[in-house]
Ligand binder design. Structure first.
Ligand SMILES: NC(=O)c1ccc[n+]([C@@H]2O[C@H](COP(=O)([O-])OP(=O)(O)OC[C@H]3O[C@@H](n4cnc5c(N)ncnc54)[C@H](OP(=O)(O)O)[C@@H]3O)[C@@H](O)[C@H]2O)c1
Length: 317
């Protein structure tokens, strides 16, 4: 089968098409095969390719296959939320690449997937849209539960233009929170449609925080830190507020009785099924910035690294 391998740590040019044997039924107990139609490119893929996570990768070294998010069709029946999903079912999900460390990611025609990490895709959602959802939406959904703020509370979402941030803006707005979004300036009108009450342009952190204070002089009740600002953002958080971080190295030390949480996407097929149903109902909007063929993975990484993108770049397989 066709895969894209990382041949060495480095720039996008280290991504190269290769052929690997296609997985055969029953080789990996507890996992099922999925024939992929689409794979999302995440920022973690880019950091792994560049060698920035090498100290968290055990003995795994190039060549390996990148990729976490996917959409495709089951080749094997899989236990699913509400009963067995037959072979042929359209599914989307995540390969937890940096905890599994098998080096067998989703830039490939066929993958092994854990049934806990996938869910059926409603007919109204196409494969490329579905592949933009799983990891980011699971992270945001888990994050809104960790925030646990009452309706009317003020939530600051940093990195609100990002894929995780956009989902958080929508979930928080649906939960009745007043959302202040720190975002790429050109995305303001879109983020307001998604549910942000106010937007502050991204930029130098102290200037961003000064502008946040103009909206809420007493500070915010919660922060969801999609841009990984970390400790510096605590300055606008009220005493006894809540801070949710999504990067283990950007978790601030608690102060002033602030509750600090680390949000990591968890395997939860029921939760993912609900998210994909909301996408089908247009209760949750996802945005695909670019769709490119698998063969152009290197160019897709170049684009992803070149600056602001309004949504996920997705590889079509
Ligand atoms: N813990 C978990 O399980 C988990 C799961 C998924 C993702 N993550 C992490 O969450 C982060 C966001 O992921 P993503 O998929 O949403 O990535 P993304 O789409 O690239 O979004 C990141 C966003 O942050 C913005 N940003 C970067 N630096 C900023 C700054 N200094 N001030 C304000 N905004 C800034 C970017 O703005 P521009 O668009 O203008 O560049 C971008 O919109 C990544 O670091 C990722 O590794 C964690």
């Amino acid at each position: 089968m066709r895969v894209v391998e990382v041949t060495a740590f480095g720039g996008p040019e280290v991504l190269s098409m290769a052929r690997r044997p296609e997985p055969e039924a029953g080789q990996v107990p507890g996992k099922v095969r999925v024939r992929l139609k689409a794979a999302g490119i995440t920022i973690a893929d880019i950091r792994i390719r560049a060698g920035l996570y090498v100290d968290q990768m055990g003995d795994l070294r190039p060549p390996f296959v990148l990729g976490t998010d996917f959409a495709g069709r089951l080749l094997d029946p899989a236990p699913g939320p509400g009963g067995t999903l037959p072979a042929g079912t359209r599914v989307a999900g995540t390969v937890p690449w940096y905890t599994d460390l098998t080096g067998q990611g989703t830039y490939a025609e066929v993958i092994w997937a854990d049934p806990e990490w996938l869910a059926p895709v409603p007919d109204d959602v196409d494969f490329t849209a579905a592949a933009s959802v799983p990891l980011a939406a699971l992270t945001a959904q888990h994050g809104i539960e960790q925030l646990d703020l009452p309706p009317g509370a003020v939530l600051l979402v940093t990195g609100a233009s990002g894929v995780v941030g956009r989902f958080m803006v929508q979930l928080a707005s649906a939960a009745g929170l007043r959302v202040i979004a720190v975002a790429y300036e050109g995305d303001e009108s879109e983020l307001k449609v998604l549910g942000a009450k106010e937007c502050v342009p991204r930029g130098e952190p102290l200037e961003v925080l000064r502008q946040v204070r103009e909206h809420v002089p007493d500070g915010v009740d919660g922060i969801f830190d999609g841009a990984l600002l970390g400790t510096v953002a605590m300055a606008v958080l009220k005493d006894r507020g809540v801070f949710v971080s999504i990067a283990p190295d950007r978790v601030p030390v608690s102060e002033r009785d602030i509750r600090v949480e680390f949000d990591r996407a968890m395997p939860d097929a029921v939760r993912l099924k609900g998210i994909l149903e909301k996408v089908a109902e247009r209760e949750l909007i996802t945005r695909v910035a670019d769709v490119m063929p698998l063969e152009e993975a290197a160019e897709a990484h170049r684009r992803a690294e070149s600056g602001h993108r309004p949504g996920r770049i997705v590889l079509m397989i």
